[in-house]
Design a protein around this ligand. Structure first.
Ligand code: PLP
Length: 281
């Protein structure tokens, strides 16, 4: 079942106009909230980021937090979702014609769910991801979670074609992030990840993981790191609502550490999942 503009309908009945600015101009923002054992992980972080993305595009949020939470819950129930995610997209709407100038219009709201394996027994985490690198050619407002995903999608497809699990993007000699995740390395027990700016998406998983690391007095350095540093790291990993904490075992075919998922990364994954279960809504 899909939620669209106030109604719960089947996939084939969920229809959006060809003049919708989400379709013609990527004038839309989205969120993906992880679902673990039927409950949502980090809902309030996603709600806050949705408000921020909408605000940056001067779009008013058409729903309250309570309303959006209720729709998420209803869709999880109607689709019998145990593990996976809820996708919400808000577009500026349908002005009835194609026009660069933005007029007042009613937004389009769509939500659907997607299944994924139980993260506690995810075989990907036991193997870790092999990533390649690519130049970061995305627009300069990556902090806005817009649906303008063509470049990351092209890069991720090329990575898959070459037998990689994902790609890390590089700008001015430093890693920005993965195609759909935040990137980290660990050197001498210190977790290193780039600072928040317009250059990366402000990951909800990142914020929560760094809070759990701080509670445990783990050492964290917030700064950019280069590809050379990454290749020389003891461990590497990525975070996102869909991958949780995923070890990275090689970059461009160069093994990180011993080429196996690192113990710190696996421990952080365990901590993240345990804390998420406790805090889930
Ligand atoms: N960076 C990018 C470019 C993303 O697309 C995503 C998630 O889709 C993330 C980072 C991770 O964000 P979150 O942890 O909120 O899922």
């Amino acid at each position: 079942m899909i939620y669209i503009n106030g109604d719960y309908v089947s996939e084939k009945d969920a229809v959006v106009s060809i003049f919708d600015r989400g379709f013609l101009m990527a004038d839309a923002v989205y969120e993906v909230t992880a679902v673990l054992d039927g409950k949502m992980v980090g809902f309030d972080g996603h709600w806050a980021r949705l408000q921020r993305s909408l605000g940056e595009l001067h779009l008013a949020c058409p729903l309250t937090r309570t309303e959006l939470l209720a729709i998420h819950r209803e869709l999880i129930a109607r689709n019998n979702l145990t593990h996976g995610g809820v996708y919400v997209q808000i577009t500026r709407g349908n002005p009835g014609d194609r026009d660069y100038i933005i007029a007042d219009m009613a937004p389009t709201i769509v939500l659907f769910t997607q299944d994924s394996p139980d993260p506690i027994n995810d075989s990907d985490a036991d193997k870790g991801w092999r990533v390649m690198t690519a130049p970061d050619l995305r627009w300069r407002r990556r902090d806005i979670k817009s649906v303008q995903l063509l470049y990351p999608s092209l890069v991720k497809t090329e990575a898959a074609r070459q037998g990689f699990d994902d790609a890390w993007l590089i700008e001015d000699g430093a890693i920005t992030e993965g195609t759909s995740n935040n990137a980290y390395i660990i050197k001498d027990g210190v977790i290193i990840t780039r600072e928040l700016s317009h250059d990366i998406l402000h990951g909800v998983t990142r914020a929560n993981l760094l809070a759990y690391a701080a509670e445990r007095q783990m050492k964290v350095e917030i700064r950019p790191f280069t590809l050379t540093e990454a290749k020389d790291a003891d461990e590497a990993f990525v975070t996102s609502a869909s991958a949780y904490v995923m070890p990275v075992v090689s970059i461009d075919g160069h093994a990180i550490g011993d080429g196996k998922p690192g113990s710190h990364a696996l421990n952080l994954r365990k901590i993240f999942i345990e804390e998420s279960i406790k805090a889930a809504l």
